[in-house]
Design a protein. Structure first.
Ligand code: SAH
Ligand code: SF4
Length: 392
């Protein structure tokens, strides 16, 4: 592949519905669940009510066993047990950092593994979830980008990560109760492995389930989707999901961004900014988060900071500065603390919040861009990455 070749998407999509054997209810939309119940023989008139009941058991109280669903008749529960399962990814290992950050490795169908990270904060906590195994994109500073895309996660596997974390945090309310407002798991960020907008439908369905008021009931303001800049899907995210948006901006000229975030060769900075300008209005959300990884001598000059604030003028924004998380063999170094501070200062003086992301869970390699399953063998070669990103 030449350096100028367009970024093509090579996504192996697995079927969204399993045709035979017990079907997993986790990840189905309410409509899909209704259809599945009718196909099983539930009278159409009752189907909506039954969905409501099953939904609450699964997503409000975290129940995985049909027999525990005591407001359903025994006969109906037996039918459900025949036709369906309630399954979430299986935890393979768990690490807890000295700062309380938790990292789980979970196994999904086919034996693949993805990482999920929980970051506790004062009065809240953020879960960082994955949307793909690997990534088709090849951002040159990102560890996940060195791993080939294996497959998209299903909606069940995406919302299943949230359910797994609630299990581990022991945060399902008692039967009949609702979750209190003060939650351990209060926010979700789609900042783990993969590009969420290259798995749009599954991410959307999973986040709709997480937002459903009769279940996990997280407000759309507490869910942040991070994209590298899949421009055509940004408007759709505003309309169909309506969550908060973060964008991996990382550079202030097309020349540098082409190297750092190669999807920029397909949709450049100007096109990306156009899409971002309309996002807050359509989604009725507040600010867009611009993620900016601080790479020593690459994108961290005062000129970059000035260019950045010029570029985003008129967009309600917050700039999240991420000190580069180094990984073995990475072609970059982290900017110095002084450089990061100076950059942050310029952005702040221009009127934008410019927090520097605090490294968390460093002792367990839980930081952004370091998530990569140790067991995946499908690796891109260094030559492949260099060719795809135009880095030499
Ligand atoms: N694919 C999506 C979401 C996953 S990456 C995206 O690119 O936005 C989540 C964030 O971590 C992105 O902003 C990404 O650019 C950043 N990131 C990746 N590798 C990193 C590293 N080594 N150090 C710091 N941030 C990194
Ligand atoms: Fe993929 Fe995001 Fe990593 Fe880029 S930064 S390679 S889009 S996971």
């Amino acid at each position: 592949m030449s350096a100028d070749a367009p970024i093509t998407q090579d996504v192996m999509t697995i079927p969204r519905k399993v045709p035979e054997g017990p079907v997993n209810l986790v990840g189905m939309t309410r409509d899909a669940m209704r259809d599945a119940l009718i196909a099983m023989g539930t009278p159409e008139k009752q189907a909506k009510m039954r969905v409501g009941q099953i939904w609450q058991w699964i997503y409000q109280w975290g129940v995985r066993d049909f027999d525990a669903m005591t407001n359903l008749s025994k006969a109906f529960r037996a039918e459900l047990t025949e036709a369906f399962v309630i399954e979430i990814p299986e935890v393979v290992s768990k690490q807890v950092s000295t700062d309380g950050t938790r990292k789980w490795l979970v196994r999904i169908a086919g034996g693949h593994e993805v990482e999920v990270v929980y970051i506790p904060e004062e009065g809240r906590g953020t879960l960082c979830i994955s949307s793909q195994v690997g990534c088709t994109l090849t951002c040159s500073f990102c560890h996940t980008g060195t791993q080939k895309l294996v497959r998209n996660l299903t909606a069940g596997e995406i919302v299943g990560q949230v359910m797994m974390a609630r299990d581990d945090l022991d945060e399902w309310p008692e039967h009949g109760k609702r979750t209190e407002d003060a939650r351990l798991l209060s926010n979700i960020v789609l900042m783990g492995m993969g590009e969420p907008l290259y798995n749009f439908e599954n991410v959307r369905d999973a986040m709709k389930i997480a937002m459903d008021p009769e279940g996990i009931q997280l407000s759309r303001r507490r869910i942040t989707l991070s994209t590298s800049g899949v421009v055509p899907e940004i408007a759709r995210t505003a309309e169909e999901i309506g969550c908060q948006l973060a964008v991996s901006f990382h550079a202030t000229t097309d020349e540098v961004r082409n190297k750092l975030v190669p999807i920029n060769k397909r949709w450049n900075i100007a096109e990306l900014l156009d899409a971002l300008r309309t996002y807050p209005k359509v989604s009725n959300s507040e600010r867009i988060t611009f993620e900016y990884v601080m790479l020593d001598g690459v994108n961290d000059s005062d000129e970059d900071a000035h260019r950045l604030v010029e570029l985003i003028k008129g967009i309600p924004a917050k700039i999240n500065l991420i000190p580069f998380n180094e990984w073995p063999g990475a072609p970059y170094k982290r900017s110095s603390n002084n450089r990061i501070r100076a950059f942050s200062e310029i952005v702040y003086k221009a009127g934008y919040a410019s927090p520097v992301r605090k490294p968390r869970g460093e002792d367990i390699m839980a930081a952004c861009g370091q998530l990569k399953s140790a067991t995946e063998r499908a690796r891109k070669s260094r030559r492949e990455i260099a060719a795809e990103t135009g880095l030499n």
